[in-house]
Design a protein around this ligand. Structure first.
Ligand code: ADP
Ligand code: MG
Length: 260
């Protein structure tokens, strides 16, 4: 099957007036359509850099970045981005924030409005559509940010620690909701997280990166019986602990190597 996301021998160097620093080196990765893949690794190993390359916000110093088999030449409506901070506009209602993308794209139709209402309903936000961001909890704001990302119907979702600022119990609920929604819509997703359990519970595969420079150290296939379950349920399976510990052990080993 053709890859939806592909990195071919990608390296990236950040250049400033003072210095050049190699952030990631020799990355090769293919993500198939509909797959959910997580990126984990120590802080500074290049996770956000990889998402920025895929989003077309950075041009790789070497190698090729492809979406749907085509080279990335800048930001594209095929790719949606969701961050830890929701960046909702404070002066617009939740509905107004969600409608911003379609408005900017000149796609204000009856169908779009109906799609907005449907998605808001599915995310449990119907009752909050006329409220302003500051009136909502963190979890509700992230759900609103997800609706805003999904309404433009991207094929790929890049998620940079979207749950990390939330309370544990809200975070677990949102993991289930995002997992379920992206599967149902057959989106391809790349999630950055520092939470290994979250990565193991949500993903088909987990990519572990090492640092200085960022390189792929290991790719873990999550067992099929865990992949078939919603994240919250997967966490309770006996096999979950095994895969969690395997990722943990590999991460620990890399950290020791890095400091030596
Ligand atoms: P992560 O998201 O895994 O924490 P990043 O992709 O943000 O890592 O950063 C990878 C490396 O690149 C780090 O060493 C970081 O300091 C460096 N870096 C990130 N952004 C820039 C930038 N705009 N200019 C220079 N160096 C950067
Ligand atoms: Mg980051």
């Amino acid at each position: 099957m053709r890859a939806m996301l592909e990195l071919k021998n990608v390296s990236h160097v950040y250049v400033s007036a003072q210095e050049a620093s190699l952030a990631v080196e020799g990355l090769d990765l293919q993500v198939t359509p509909g797959e959910f893949v997580s990126l984990v690794g120590p802080s500074g190993c290049g996770k956000t850099t990889i998402l920025s390359l895929l989003a077309g916000l950075l041009v790789p110093s070497r190698g090729q970045v492809l979406i749907g088999g085509e080279p990335v030449h800048g930001p594209s409506p095929r790719v949606g981005y969701m961050l830890q901070q929701d960046y909702l506009l404070p002066w617009r209602t939740i509905r107004g924030n969600v409608l911003l993308g379609p408005e900017l794209a000149g796609r204000q139709s009856r169908e779009t409005e109906e799609a907005v209402e449907r998605l808001l309903h599915e995310m449990g936000l119907s009752g909050s559509a006329a409220r302003y961001p500051h009136e909502l909890s963190g979890g509700m704001r992230q759900r609103a940010a997800l609706v805003r990302t999904l309404i433009t119907d991207p094929e790929v979702l890049l998620l940079d620690e979207p749950f990390s600022a939330l309370d544990m119990h809200i975070k677990l609920q949102l993991e289930d909701l995002v997992h379920h929604t992206l599967r149902r819509m057959r989106k391809t997703a790349l999630l950055v997280t520092h939470d290994l359990a979250e990565a193991a519970a949500m993903s088909d595969r987990v990519v572990l990166l090492g640092s200085r420079p960022g390189r792929i150290r290991h790719i873990f296939d999550i067992p099929a019986e865990l992949r078939a379950l919603p994240p919250m349920q997967a966490r309770r399976e006996p096999g979950f602990q095994d895969i969690f510990e395997a990722i943990w052990a590999e991460l620990e080993e890399g950290e020791e190597g890095g400091d030596a």
